[in-house]
Design a protein around this ligand. Structure first.
Ligand code: SF4
Length: 280
């Protein structure tokens, strides 16, 4: 298996076979994201991908899923993805599923019939970075897509029975847009109805400090405000069936549980943490 540069994958894909089908991210312009800044986007050749898959056949049985890297492998043209998925099926017929990073942009670029075909070939979950449901925040961080496009992409995935694991970033609105960021994010998520939701926290680094909103420089929210954002988000979420985590390495305080069942417990835990925070 040959990997080019640093490989990122969601924590939940730690046991999956990681197959790099693209190098970098086809967008690569989000102000807060430095993951692929050192890579120039390109699609790997089918021959390279197939050779990688073949090289993993001695380990058949030691993984249950394949995760397609890099940043937004869903950007691949459907015929290319189809060939990759068919090869995965041929070599590893007993897999539970294939998962992939996707952006709303590349989901919406595919016809419903293409999405349905990908489901049939094993794609069962897409990892989607919503980051924020606020158009002001999305524009400020140069996400390149709107809140409505995120909601439309979620509907398209649901129509194709592809589960969504959505990530959002606490602190992305800075201090100025904190409340709008969270209220709009909760509202967008209530329309998207993801099966999994991960809340990360913005930290110093990347280019986060470079953007301005209405003349004000971005100010990273203090830890107390980040916790308050988590509480406000949970209060506003109305999700039918979703596993929520804020247990990423970036989080100040780790909570996880099923919504709506564990909502009260999660709120109590965050309330306790807020009571104990003086200032960090
Ligand atoms: S689309 Fe995703 S991977 Fe690409 S730059 Fe934005 S956050 Fe990073």
């Amino acid at each position: 298996m040959i990997y080019e540069g640093t490989i990122y994958r969601p924590p939940s894909e730690a046991d999956s076979l990681l197959v790099q089908v693209t190098v970098g991210c086809s967008w690569n312009k989000c102000a807060f994201c430095g993951m692929y800044k050192d890579k120039k986007y390109r699609v790997r050749s089918l021959e390279e991908v197939k050779a990688d898959l073949w090289s993993a056949t001695p380990y058949r049985g030691s993984f249950q899923r394949v995760f397609l890297c890099d940043g937004d492998a869903f950007a691949l043209p459907t015929p290319f993805l189809t060939e990759v998925l068919e090869e995965i099926r041929r070599l590893f017929p007993d897999l539970d599923g294939v998962r992939i990073y996707a952006s709303a942009r590349n989901v919406l670029a595919k016809e419903p019939r293409e999405l349905a075909a990908l489901t049939k070939l094993g794609v069962d979950m897409a990892y989607l970075g919503l980051e924020s449901g606020s158009d002001k925040v999305l524009a400020a961080v140069n996400k390149g897509i709107t809140r409505q496009e995120m909601i439309d992409a979620a509907a398209a995935l649901r129509g194709a029975r592809i589960k969504q694991s959505v990530s959002i970033i606490s602190g992305l609105g800075g201090e100025t847009l904190s409340k709008e960021h969270i209220l709009e994010t909760a509202d967008a998520l209530n329309q998207m109805q993801p099966e999994y939701l991960g809340m990360l926290v913005l930290h110093e680094g990347g280019d986060a400090g470079l953007y301005h909103f209405e003349g004000e420089s971005f100010r990273l929210p203090p830890s107390r405000l980040v916790l308050a954002e988590t509480r406000l988000l949970l209060e506003r979420l109305e999700l039918n069936s979703c596993y929520f985590t804020s247990a990423h390495v970036s989080n100040y305080f780790h909570v996880k549980g099923s919504l709506p069942r564990d909502k009260r417990r999660l709120l109590e835990q965050i309330g306790g943490a807020l009571d104990s925070v003086v200032t960090i």
